[in-house]
Design a protein around this ligand. Structure first.
Ligand SMILES: [Zn+2]
Length: 454
């Protein structure tokens, strides 16, 4: 009797959660997502692997082998796609030189990130959204520059995702700018990403989000034999740690240790990605990166940008940073045959949906304020219109303090809202919504006293 009750109860719960999920897809983004092709990703990855090694220390002068040739090939692909963009896309090798550092660089090296910029169509919109992968590969010894290092997954997967995104998105117009970048020197110490993050900071880029893709195209772990191509991890730092000495009082007082920029971006990618990509769950990991390991988003996080890492659910360490060999019947190495290009397609689509939705959205509402005049059990918020973009209205997001995701959203065309929910018990944020329904990044309110219009 008890068992029947439990079954009935659980099916009631799942019925409720399904019935409440309304999926509104922007037809333009849906059409772009459908153009991401697993065949195309596979072809690009095979080409990358054909350069033998892409070690940062490998030859830059050989036309068929090494990091130099592989970078030039990516540049040629970006240039080819740029031709379909009516002049909006430009492609460059962004070069710089590094000296020996006594650690992972033992000679002077000519470094280069390969970058395609799809210029936004709105001259008032200076926002930049960026997607990255790293082109360099390695074997067991990080200083080995001669042996084959196919890097089909680390980070062929992220690199070809970036190339495929540039191919599909080049023809489309977005109000904001999108940068597709393949960085170098990740395995040697995040060198290309460090250079680029410093440049973005010095040149004052209005870089609102970086999606870094690293190891996201294979579906099985070595120890457990789990095969899973239905889940993708997104790593994000929760604490608003940048310049924390200035903010620590506010973080403690408002309890916003789980609401830093990267965590907000991760929530956004989860919601948007799952809206457009079927049979995929995006799993939020409450960490900047995997345990004691690093990635190219970190130099950006460290400089105050919103940056996250996308990685497959189960890594296989027999296929990562390994000399190619067979030992006791076990094959080691990061080879094409261990890739799952259908899984990589879905993960690339998550990037597309998020980038396109962001680049089509109006910019963030300005001056979002939580009005704290007087005590009460309702919440009053007000804000100003965004700097750029046409706004249909705003979503006011709400969640309980212990919940990982936004639970409710209220739509309004006004610049203020009064909600019968206590600010003691919920977090709130406001996002701008375009005519086509594209939401921008949410803005957490600051505490203030202003009424809209005052
Ligand atoms: Zn990597």
């Amino acid at each position: 009797m008890k068992k029947i009750y439990l079954i009935a109860f659980s099916s009631f719960i799942s019925f409720c959660s399904f019935s409440q999920k309304i999926i509104n897809r922007d037809p333009q983004i849906e059409a772009l997502v459908s153009q991401i092709s697993s065949d195309s990703l596979k072809k690009f990855d095979e080409k990358l692997v054909s350069f033998g090694t892409r070690s940062t220390l490998s030859t830059t002068t050989d036309t068929k082998r090494g990091i130099g040739a592989s970078r030039l090939w990516v540049l040629s692909k970006f240039q080819e796609f740029a031709k379909t963009s009516e002049g909006r896309m430009t492609a460059v090798l962004d070069t710089f030189t590094l000296q020996p550092d006594g650690r992972r660089i033992d000679k002077t090296i000519a470094m280069a990130n390969v970058m395609a910029t799809l210029k936004g169509t709105d001259p008032n919109d200076d926002r930049v959204f960026m997607v990255s992968g790293h082109i360099d590969s390695r074997v067991t010894d990080v200083m080995n520059r001669e042996s084959d290092a196919p890097g089909a997954n680390d980070d062929g997967s992220g690199t070809v995702a970036v190339i495929e995104l540039a191919r599909v998105m080049a023809k489309s117009k977005f109000p904001a700018t999108i940068i597709f970048v393949v960085v170098s020197g990740e395995e040697q110490g995040l060198l290309g990403a460090n250079y680029l993050a410093e440049k973005a900071l010095k040149q004052n880029w209005n870089l609102e989000a970086l999606l870094n893709n690293d190891i996201m195209g294979s579906n099985n772990s070595n120890e457990t034999n789990i095969i899973d191509n239905t889940r993708l991890r997104i790593f994000s730092e929760g604490l608003p740690a940048f310049e924390m000495d200035k903010k620590v009082g506010a973080i403690r007082q408002y309890g916003v240790e789980n609401d830093g920029k990267a965590r907000q971006l991760a929530r956004y990618v989860k919601e948007t990605g799952e809206r457009y990509v079927d049979n995929l769950e995006i799993v939020m990991i409450y960490r900047n990166d995997r345990f004691l390991r690093g990635g190219d988003h970190t130099p950006f996080v460290n400089r105050g940008f919103a940056a996250v890492r996308l990685s497959e659910m189960n890594e296989n360490f027999l296929h990562q940073h390994q000399d190619l060999r067979v030992e006791k019947g076990v094959e080691y190495g990061d080879l094409i045959k261990f890739m799952d290009f259908e899984y990589l397609r879905k993960n690339t689509c998550v990037n597309l949906a998020s980038l396109a939705n962001l680049a089509k959205s109006p910019s963030m509402p300005q001056d979002v304020i939580l009005d704290v005049r007087g005590l009460g059990n309702s919440t009053n918020l007000n804000w100003k219109a965004p700097k750029a973009g046409k706004v249909k209205g705003y979503y006011v997001l709400m969640r309980e303090t212990a919940m990982p995701y936004w639970q409710k959203k209220f739509f309004t065309t006004n610049l203020k809202i009064s909600l019968p929910y206590s600010k003691d018990n919920y977090f709130f944020a406001v996002q701008s919504v375009s005519e086509d329904g594209n939401e921008g990044l949410p803005v957490l309110p600051r505490v203030g006293l202003r009424n809209a219009g005052e």
